[in-house]
Ligand binder design. Structure first.
Ligand SMILES: NC(=O)c1ccc[n+]([C@@H]2O[C@H](COP(=O)([O-])OP(=O)(O)OC[C@H]3O[C@@H](n4cnc5c(N)ncnc54)[C@H](O)[C@@H]3O)[C@@H](O)[C@H]2O)c1
Length: 110
């Protein structure tokens, strides 16, 4: 049995950063298949083939409950706009480099 398991809350709005990436795409698609509302952000960097990312986006853009923002997670203005335009309740950060920055900063504060 998995402890602390909480069933998916379908009424929440999810923001997924790195949504065109491997994990972000599959997570977004899974949530959309469950009829959740997903807001996706990605800077479509060229770490690997950008066309693969665009192909993934084209799949999830077909869902009515998906909204995409082409932006960088470091862009404060873009993030403010996203939060202003959407009632976001769950924030999922996937890009590895961004997770490392957050982890480093939070360690500094301790
Ligand atoms: N792929 C795996 O098998 C796997 C397994 C375990 C853990 N993970 C973890 O999951 C996370 C995602 O992995 P992935 O394989 O989906 O990587 P990925 O490179 O396919 O996806 C990352 C996405 O984030 C976007 N991105 C990067 N920096 C950004 C920024 N500053 N602003 C906006 N978008 C940005 C990229 O364009 C890309 O589309 C990573 O933290 C990785 O360590 C992946």
């Amino acid at each position: 049995m998995i402890e602390n398991y909480k069933p998916l809350d379908k009424n929440k709005r999810y923001l997924i950063t790195g949504v065109a990436g491997f994990i972000g795409f599959h997570l977004a698609k899974r949530l959309l298949d469950e009829d959740c509302f997903v807001i996706g952000l990605d800077n479509l960097n060229n770490y690997y083939d950008v066309n693969l990312k665009k192909d993934r986006l084209n799949i999830i853009k077909q869902y009515n409950k998906f909204k995409f923002y082409y932006a960088d997670l470091q862009d404060k203005q873009a993030l403010e706009k996203i939060f202003k335009e959407n009632k976001i309740e769950k924030f999922i950060i996937l890009p590895e480099e961004e997770k490392q920055k957050i982890s480093k900063n939070s360690r500094k504060k301790v």
